[in-house]
Design a protein around this ligand. Structure first.
Ligand code: ZN
Length: 67
């Protein structure tokens, strides 16, 4: 098994087994691959789709400007 950096997509639901927080994503070549660790579902994803789905809470906190 190669050591690729995988991260889980918070809040994402597997389209096959409908489990939440079981989708792992990693970069492969010039695209992202998504896999469900529960049922083994895999799919390729565009960069934009992953970025839109991923709630990056730390960045949101960083750019929040309280009055
Ligand atoms: Zn699944």
């Amino acid at each position: 098994m190669t050591a690729k950096r995988k991260r889980f997509i918070a809040g994402a639901t597997c389209p096959v087994c409908h489990s939440a927080d079981t989708l792992a994503v990693w970069r492969e070549d010039n695209s992202y691959r998504v896999a469900c660790v529960k049922c083994g579902y895999t799919q390729g994803q565009d960069d934009d789709m992953i970025s839109a789905k991923r709630p990056d809470k730390e960045n949101i906190i960083g750019i929040f400007h309280p009055e």
